[in-house]
Design a protein around this ligand. Structure first.
Ligand code: HDE
Length: 702
């Protein structure tokens, strides 16, 4: 008599899989060969992972089932609190490589030896959205970098925008409360287009420089790979002699800047909420390792004294034209994480993670951050021992007397757990080479007071606006109109316009017209008049800093049965030669039979692969195929959206029926190319401009 029903299992075949079948028809897979045996957490081998222990096959489950209890107990506790901000993120591993020795300006170990590589972990994020929100929400992106240097971990916890909303950390909870979902209703999520946010902004003049950035296309990046990163605050670099130089940190993407257009962002949110994380994952897995150069803006006290704004004010930039950027190394992301939770979720950044040779300035926002990050990790990760998690642990040797606490798995060994001590093997001691704070002189009465040097709130907002191309200015105006159209309180809409009047009359009027405000409000009271003598800074425009290459971008080719194999082949080859990716979209996921009888597999079915997922598109259809596509709304949208989003569009001669039905055949312009033999390379060359902006007036109402 068998003592376990395992012995009675039949086998069953499901396609290529042979499995065992239990008495209820359920699937059992048994370990064999070198494959590992399934165990409990305690290492006890498990014989049945499909059935709880029961009294009789149809009887009650038994409380004694320790295997079930352990499994469900762990499952019930899988979730940890999500980050209060930056909850939705995506991480990758890589390295930082130093170009040249910076020993004259900093003693930071990672900057001493040219060619030296330092392990890195980067987490990109949105700010306001909850963990499950969509990637393409209009939002600031976090750009947090952990560098595991030989003298400890350095975290540069930055954003993709070089300024911030507030000047003092005490305002952070108010800002974030206002930006996130409203507390009574729990919506809207992952967007600032609601009353509370614009109410707060319209009462907070210091936010208006940042307001211009967040209403620009910076907040709808095409990819993490195509955006800049900024340390935001002024920091100090300190050399071995103790000399300090102020520094602003920048990350410059090798592939240049690129954003999507707003209508596209809205649609990507539905088509692929994971658009940015998938993009980074796919690029790294394909060996297209994204790269950024670390740029330093270095300046001294004398510059700080004469600069138009206070260098401690995090709502101000120093234009690159005033202090040029020195590129001192590169960050390469070449590995995806092995486990999202272990790395991306558990990584714990902290602005206080500095290494000798790098120090804080007196930016009041930065000091507040130093307080917050440790606190939040304790709440999220549940123990002060989060530093012992592999993603957070230093790679260099570390020795200290901190001990115990929840989940401590690295405690000091031996008798000494304090110092000074007189034991021979007494454990770690201080070093004269350790971290030393820069001895900046400070004085002044203890007060709750903001410096008067922080009070110009509009001049740099104006400078940002006038540095944009016409197209980008229009996008800023449209973004304000969109956001404020979701604001129900008319007084708040008008209050926002009152601030815009301090920035640029034309912009304010455009937004007022877009909202159909009955009257233009009076300009908001300003602590200081707006300066209009600041030179425009071309570095602030996205369009002026594009790559002039289609490298790293994605071409979508819509095909049908009978499509020209020669054209598909030529286009794929030309894209490949440029370093671009290609995805095939077909009526069915199994693919199509081309005109030479060959079979082409598809990456997407039409309604799963709308054109918003691609940087440029081509329609290579047979005449019959185009006729069928013309009857499918997803195929018509594919073409008309691509056109409306100013994309370059190539089409095979047989595709006329689809273009016709999509309503664009009468509008075809120089951004559209009829693809005949020998034209594939020309099309990819056209795509280097990324979008055919000359179409903008035709397809955009603003
Ligand atoms: Fe953060 N911020 N922050 N922040 N921040 C957090 O820490 C905070 C600020 C930034 O991918 C939290 O681990 C305060 C500026 C990034 O894990 C929290 C203030 C900048 C990330 C926190 C700021 C940032 C965070 C939430 C005002 C750009 C994501 C979870 C004084 C320079 C890091 C966490 C990651 C995360 C506090 C302002 C960037 C609560 C109090 C300015 C990229 O500690």
């Amino acid at each position: 008599m068998p003592n376990d029903r395992n012995d009675e299992r039949d086998t069953a075949t499901f396609g290529d899989q042979t499995v065992q079948r239990g008495a209820g028809g359920e699937t059992h897979q048994t370990a064999g060969g070198d494959g590992p045996v399934l165990t409990t957490q305690q290492g006890v081998p498990v014989s049945d992972n499909q059935n709880t222990l029961r009294a009789g096959a149809r009887g009650p489950a038994l409380l004694e089932d320790q295997i079930f209890r352990e499994k469900i107990f762990h499952f019930d506790h899988e979730r940890i609190p999500e980050r209060v901000v930056h909850a939705r993120g995506f991480g990758a591993r890589g390295f930082f490589e130093t170009y040249e020795s910076l020993s004259d300006i900093t003693r930071a170990d990672l900057f001493q030896r040219p060619g030296e590589k330092t392990e890195a972990f980067v987490r990109f994020s949105t700010v306001a959205g909850n963990k499950g929100s969509a990637d393409l929400a209009r939002d600031v992106r976090g750009f947090a970098v952990k560098l595991y240097t030989r003298e400890g971990n350095w975290d540069l916890v930055g954003n993709n925008i070089p300024v911030f909303f507030i000047q003092d950390a005490i305002k952070f909870p108010d800002l974030i409360h206002a930006a996130k979902q409203e507390p009574d209703r729990g919506f809207p999520q992952a967007q600032t287009a609601h009353d509370n946010f614009w109410d707060f902004m319209s009462l907070t003049p210091e936010s208006w420089h940042m307001a211009m950035w967040i209403m620009s296309d910076r907040t709808i990046p095409r990819s993490f790979r195509f955006m800049e990163g900024f340390g935001v605050h002024t920091f100090r670099l300190v050399n071995a002699e103790g000399r300090s130089t102020f520094v602003k940190f920048h990350w410059k993407p090798k592939l240049g800047l690129q954003s999507v257009v707003w209508n596209e962002a809205l649609k990507i949110g539905g088509a692929d909420p994971d658009f940015h994380r998938r993009d980074l994952w796919d690029a790294i897995k394909a060996g297209d390792h994204p790269e950024w150069e670390l740029g330093l803006q270095l300046f001294d006290e004398a510059f700080a004294e004469k600069f138009d704004f206070d260098i401690l004010d995090p709502t101000k930039i120093i234009p690159e034209e005033a202090v040029p950027i020195r590129r001192v190394g590169r960050l390469v992301l070449d590995q995806c994480v092995d486990n999202f939770f272990a790395e991306t979720e558990q990584v714990a950044f902290h602005t206080g993670n500095l290494v000798p040779g790098i120090d804080f300035s007196d930016d009041p926002l930065l000091h507040g951050r130093n307080f917050s990050y440790l606190d939040t990790q304790l709440k999220r990760l549940g123990s002060p021992n989060f530093v012992q998690l592999p993603v957070n642990a230093p790679r260099c040797p570390f020795h200290h007397f901190q001990q115990d606490g929840h989940m401590a798995f690295r405690n000091p060994t031996g008798r000494a757990n304090y110092e000074p001590n007189s034991w021979d093997e007494g454990g770690p001691r201080e070093t004269t080479d350790g971290f030393r704070s820069y001895p900046a002189a400070v004085e002044g009465p203890k007060r709750r007071e903001r410096s008067e040097t922080f009070s110009d709130h509009y001049s740099q907002a104006r400078q940002f606006y006038v540095s944009q191309t016409e197209i980008e200015r229009d996008h800023i105006a449209s973004a304000f109109v969109f956001e404020l159209s979701k604001v129900e309180t008319e007084a708040i809409r008008a209050r926002v316009v009152s601030h815009l009047l301090n920035i640029d009359d034309g912009l304010a009027k455009k937004v007022a017209e877009g909202l159909r405000l009955p009257d233009l409000p009076a300009p908001a009271d300003a602590a200081r008049p707006t300066r209009d003598d600041l030179e425009p800074s071309p570095a602030l425009s996205i369009l002026l800093n594009g790559p002039d290459s289609f490298e790293g971008r994605k071409l979508g080719i819509l095909v049908t049965d009978g499509a020209s194999a020669a054209l598909v082949g030529a286009l794929s080859e030309a894209a490949d030669a440029e370093g671009a990716m290609v995805e095939i979209i077909a009526p069915q996921i199994g693919g199509v039979k081309l005109d030479d009888g060959s079979w082409l597999k598809a990456g997407q079915k039409i309604d799963g692969g709308p054109s918003v997922l691609y940087d440029a598109v081509a329609v290579i259809a047979s005449e019959a195929g185009a006729g069928l596509l013309a009857r499918e709304s997803a195929a018509r949208d594919f073409v008309s959206d691509a056109f409306a989003h100013r994309k370059f569009l190539a089409y095979a001669p047989g595709s006329a029926a689809l273009l016709d039905k999509a309503g664009i055949s009468g509008d075809l312009d120089e951004g559209c190319l009829e693809l005949v033999d020998g034209q594939a390379e020309r099309f990819i060359e056209m795509c280097r401009a990324l979008r055919f902006w000359r179409r903008e007036p035709q397809v955009s109402a603003t």
